[in-house]
Design a protein around this ligand. Structure first.
Ligand SMILES: Nc1ncnc2c1ncn2[C@@H]1O[C@H](COP(=O)(O)OP(=O)(O)OP(=O)(O)O)[C@@H](O)[C@H]1O
Ligand SMILES: [Mg+2]
Length: 493
C-alpha cells in the first residue's frame, strides 16, 4: 500500500530542526507517515504517550521495559536527553505539559541545543499545539498534506480490496467514469475521511457507480461545512424536465469535457442566466449540476449580509473557499441582484463584497462552475455584467409556441397525465405570453378544478389558461426593457 507521504514532514526530517510541531487529529495516520519516513531515512522512531511511556515504533530495538520510570513528561524528556543515539521522538498530546512547566521547557531546550552534537528530533503530535516562545527559535511547524488524486485512487483500491475480502466478493464492479468522479469528490479531505467515505461508497452496494456520488458529496459537505452560508442542494434537476433553452443546453454539452478537465481546452468558469420571471432560470441552474453530475452548492447572499455586522466579508470569503474545497462543483448564486446591489446603509460594504467576488471570479484556480441567475438587470452593477466576467450571459425569454408545447407536456407528464391525448399545439397557442412557471400553474389549477372522477380535458386546461393574466401583460414594459438590454449583450438561451 502506498501512503501519503507528506512533503512537509519528509523535508523537515531532513532539515536541521530539532523541534517539530505537527498538528493533526489523525494520530495513527501521522505515526504511519513518520514510520515510513524514518525507515526511508534510516532513523529510529520513538513514541511517548502519558499512558504507554516511551518506546520504539516499528523497526528498531525495543526499549527495555522501563515504562514506569519514563511515564511522566519530565522522566521521558530526561530519558531522551540521556540517550546516546540519535532518532525521532514523537510526543503525543504533549501540549498539556508545556504551559507553566519551566523544567519541561528547559529539558526540551537542552535537547534542542545538543542537536548539533547528537541530532534528536522531537515531534509534538497534537490536535493543536503552541510552543512556548523559548522554544520557537528551534522549531518548525508541519502539516499533513491532503491526499493527492493518485493517493485517493490508491485508498479507493485498497478499500475495495478490503471490502471484497470481507464480503467474499470476487471483485468490485467499477464504472471508470464514476471512479474518476469519485476521486474528484474526495479531494480536499483528510486521509481518514477519504478512507471512510470510500469504504462506505463501496460497501453500500458492492460497487462503485454514479449512484454513490450524491451521498459522498453530501457527506463531504457535512464534514467541511461549519459556516452555513453555503447550502448543499440535494435536488438537482435533469434537463429532460426543462423545456426550451436549447442554446444553453448545447453550450453546456460542448463544455462538459473541458470542465471535468478531459480536454486541453480552457475550462468554462461560469454563466449568468438573465431573464423574465418564471422562465426556468433557477430550474436550469439546478439542471447544470444534474447534467454534469456534480455537487450543487447554493450561496445565499442574504445570509452573508445579515449574519453579524462586519463579518460579511469573512462569510463570503469562507463560502467561496469552501466551494473550492468541494470542487469540482457547481456554485449557484440565485437572484444575484439581491446580493450585489444590497448596499443599503453601508454602500461601501456592497462595493467591497463585489470587489472581492470579482477578484475571486477572475483568479479562482479550482473548477467551480458559477451559475448566477437574475431577473433584474437594473440592479446589477455594471462591473459584473461587463464582457469577459462570465463566459456567457444567456437571456431567457418567454417561451415560443413550440417550447410552450414542450413545457405543457413536461408538466402534464409529471402529474401522471398522458400529454398525447391533448392537442398541445392548440393549448400552446392560447397560452401566448405565458412563462414556464405560469404554464405549470395553469396545469395545476386545471387539476384543482376537477370534480372527483373527472379527468382533465383540453377544454378544461384552456379554461384555466384564459382565466390567467400572464405577467408578460402586467409587466410588458419591464420585459421589453430587459429584451432591449439583452440585445447585443446576451445570447438567447
Ligand atoms: N422552461 C421550463 N421548462 C419546464 N418547467 C419550467 C420552465 N420554466 C419554468 N418552469 C416551471 O416553473 C417553475 C419556476 O421556474 P423558475 O423558478 O426556474 O423560474 P425563474 O426563471 O428562476 O424565475 P424567477 O426569476 O422568478 O426566479 C419551475 O420550477 C418549473 O416547474
Ligand atoms: Mg429563480
Amino acid at each position: 500500500m502506498q501512503v501519503t507521504v507528506s512533503e512537509d514532514i519528509a523535508c523537515l526530517l531532513r532539515q536541521r530542526v530539532p523541534l517539530i510541531a505537527l498538528e493533526s487529529s489523525q494520530e495513527n495516520h501521522a505515526l504511519d507517515l513518520l514510520k515510513r519516513q524514518c525507515k526511508q531515512q534510516g532513523q529510529t522512531l520513538y513514541r511517548w504517550t502519558l499512558t504507554e511511556g516511551l518506546d520504539t515504533v516499528g523497526f528498531g530495538p525495543r526499549l527495555q521495559q522501563k515504562a514506569d520510570s519514563e511515564q511522566t513528561p519530565v522522566q521521558a524528556l530526561q530519558a531522551i536527553k540521556a540517550r546516546n543515539d540519535s532518532g525521532v521522538f514523537v510526543l503525543c498530546d504533549f501540549h498539556c505539559h508545556l504551559e507553566g512547566e519551566p523544567k519541561i521547557v528547559r529539558l526540551l531546550k537542552d535537547i534542542a541545543l545538543d542537536f548539533e552534537v547528537l541530532p534528536k528530533r522531537i515531534v509534538f503530535l497534537s490536535h493543536r499545539i503552541e510552543l512556548p516562545p523559548e522554544l520557537q527559535a528551534f522549531s518548525s511547524r508541519a502539516k499533513l498534506s491532503l491526499p493527492t488524486d493518485d493517493e485517493i485512487l490508491n485508498i479507493i483500491r485498497q478499500e475495495a480490496k478490503r471490502y471484497a475480502k470481507q464480503s467474499g466478493q470476487q471483485r468490485i464492479r467499477t464504472d471508470a467514469g464514476a471512479l474518476k468522479l469519485l476521486v474528484a469528490s474526495l479531494r480536499g479531505m483528510t486521509h481518514q475521511d477519504v478512507t471512510r467515505l470510500a469504504y462506505h461508497a463501496i460497501a453500500d452496494d458492492g460497487a462503485i457507480s454514479d449512484s454513490d456520488l450524491p451521498e459522498v458529496n453530501s457527506a463531504k459537505f457535512a464534514i467541511l461545512n461549519r459556516q452555513g452560508v453555503l447550502s448543499y442542494e440535494y435536488d438537482t434537476e435533469s434537463f429532460a424536465d426543462v423545456g426550451g433553452l436549447e442554446n444553453f443546453k448545447g453550450w453546456l454539452h460542448q463544455r462538459q469535457k473541458a470542465f471535468v478537465g478531459d480536454s486541453g481546452l480552457e475550462p468554462p468558469r461560469g454563466v449568468l442566466l438573465l431573464g423574465v420571471q418564471g422562465g426556468g432560470k433557477s430550474l436550469a441552474a439546478k439542471a447544470v449540476a444534474g447534467l454534469w453530475q456534480l455537487p450543487l452548492l447554493r450561496l445565499d447572499m442574504g445570509s452573508i449580509y445579515n449574519k453579524f455586522i462586519g463579518e460579511s466579508e469573512k462569510n463570503l470569503r469562507e463560502a467561496l473557499q469552501q466551494a473550492e474545497l468541494m470542487a469540482p462543483c457547481v456554485l449557484w448564486l440565485d437572484e444575484l441582484e439581491k446580493a450585489m446591489a444590497q448596499g443599503g446603509a453601508d454602500d461601501g460594504l456592497g462595493r467591497r463584497l463585489l470587489g472581492y467576488f470579482l477578484t475571486w471570479m477572475a483568479e479562482r484556480k479550482k473548477p467551480v462552475f458559477l451559475v448566477a441567475t437574475s431577473n433584474d438587470i437594473q440592479k446589477l452593477p455594471a462591473e459584473l455584467v461587463r464582457k469577459g466576467r462570465f463566459d456567457e450571459i444567456f437571456f431567457v425569454d418567454l417561451p415560443s409556441s413550440d417550447v410552450r408545447e414542450v413545457i405543457f407536456a413536461i408538466h402534464l407528464k409529471k402529474r401522471g397525465i398522458n400529454p398525447d391525448s391533448f392537442d398541445l399545439n392548440r393549448v400552446a397557442a392560447v397560452a401566448e405570453g405565458f412563462s414556464g412557471a405560469e404554464i405549470e400553474q395553469a396545469v395545476v389549477s386545471a387539476l384543482y378544478s376537477l370534480d372527483d372522477e373527472q379527468t382533465l380535458t383540453e377544454d378544461l386546461l384552456i379554461k384555466a389558461i384564459v382565466s390567467t393574466t400572464p405577467l408578460s401583460v402586467v409587466m410588458a414594459e419591464q420585459i421589453e426593457a430587459l429584451r432591449h438590454w439583452a440585445e447585443g449583450r446576451a445570447v438567447s438561451a
